[in-house]
Design a protein around this ligand. Structure first.
Ligand code: GLN
Length: 265
């Protein structure tokens, strides 16, 4: 009998970084693997582990955090763990990073009090609070994925132009340098409420302001992460068994209708 497929899912600081339902992303990945008989190990990547633990991960998930928690995480990550995380993402380990997590992967995050938390500098982005009247960007968000080759890959999985439904809640405004945005905003603020872009796509890492949780509302992203992780690990294309997503599809239609957007998205 051939050996069962196994994925190690590394979860960045679960106790410090799990705002607005972000732990749902880990649960969604776990369940969609288990339904397909893919074994899953969920590994907290926190203060208790060292950098070599990071090196064994096949998917990395990072959620949102409040500013204070963000600072604690950054202090712990600095050094060998930060280097390993950078190395993994550079090598193409797939990951999904929400809100505070992408801010940490960028050059810096400047809080409303003007305090600067230096990031890992892996993504060419900076995040700062604005002096504008709208102090936080809060609400439902919808955006179209435009990043390549993600958009083509997802079209293959879902047969559609990928439109993401989520929820955002952030004070920081993110500005992109030499890195491609994840998508274009249809509804909401996205990266900064000015340029119409949302998120970042780097190698196989998805960085976004979409909480929600993102993967439960947009299961094709979960399947893309699983498929990509299997391909990276086993060096071959593995076809994922279909899962009955009818309920999720109905939920998407209801949300889009409520937001007065076309239900065919
Ligand atoms: N502290 C960050 C901001 O407000 C991140 C918030 C979050 O992760 N939800 O921009």
């Amino acid at each position: 009998m051939s050996q069962a497929l196994t994925l190690n899912i590394g979860w960045l600081y679960p106790n410090l970084m799990s705002t607005y339902g972000d732990r749902g992303n880990v649960i969604c990945l776990q369940r969609r693997c288990q339904w397909r008989n893919i074994l899953v190990n969920i590994v907290p990547l926190d203060q208790k582990v060292n950098a070599s633990c990071f090196s064994q991960m096949d998917i990395i998930v990072g959620g949102g955090a409040q500013d204070r928690q963000q600072e604690i995480v950054m202090r712990d990550l600095r050094g060998a763990k930060a280097e390993m995380l950078k190395f993994k993402l550079d090598q193409g380990t797939p990951g999904v990073f929400t809100c505070a997590s992408p801010q940490l992967l960028g050059h810096y995050y400047e809080s409303s009090s003007g305090q600067r938390i230096n990031g890992l500098g892996l993504l060419d982005i900076v995040t700062k609070h604005s002096g504008s009247k709208i102090s936080r960007c809060v609400g439902n968000m919808v955006f179209q994925i435009t990043a390549s080759p993600l958009v083509e890959d997802i079209k293959e999985i879902s047969g559609k132009n990928p439109v993401i439904i989520g929820f955002e809640n952030h004070g920081g405004r993110t500005y992109l340098g030499n890195v491609q945005p994840l998508g274009k905003i249809i509804l909401g603020y996205g990266n900064n409420g000015e340029d119409g872009y949302e998120g970042v796509f780097y190698r196989n890492a998805i960085a976004t302001y979409s909480h929600g949780p993102l993967l439960a509302k947009n299961s094709f992203i979960a399947d893309w992460l699983i498929k990509t992780a299997l391909k990276e690990k086993y060096q071959k294309d593995i076809k994922l068994a279909n899962i009955d997503d009818d309920l999720e599809k109905q939920a998407r239609k209801v949300i889009l209708k409520k937001l007065k957007l076309s239900s065919s998205m």
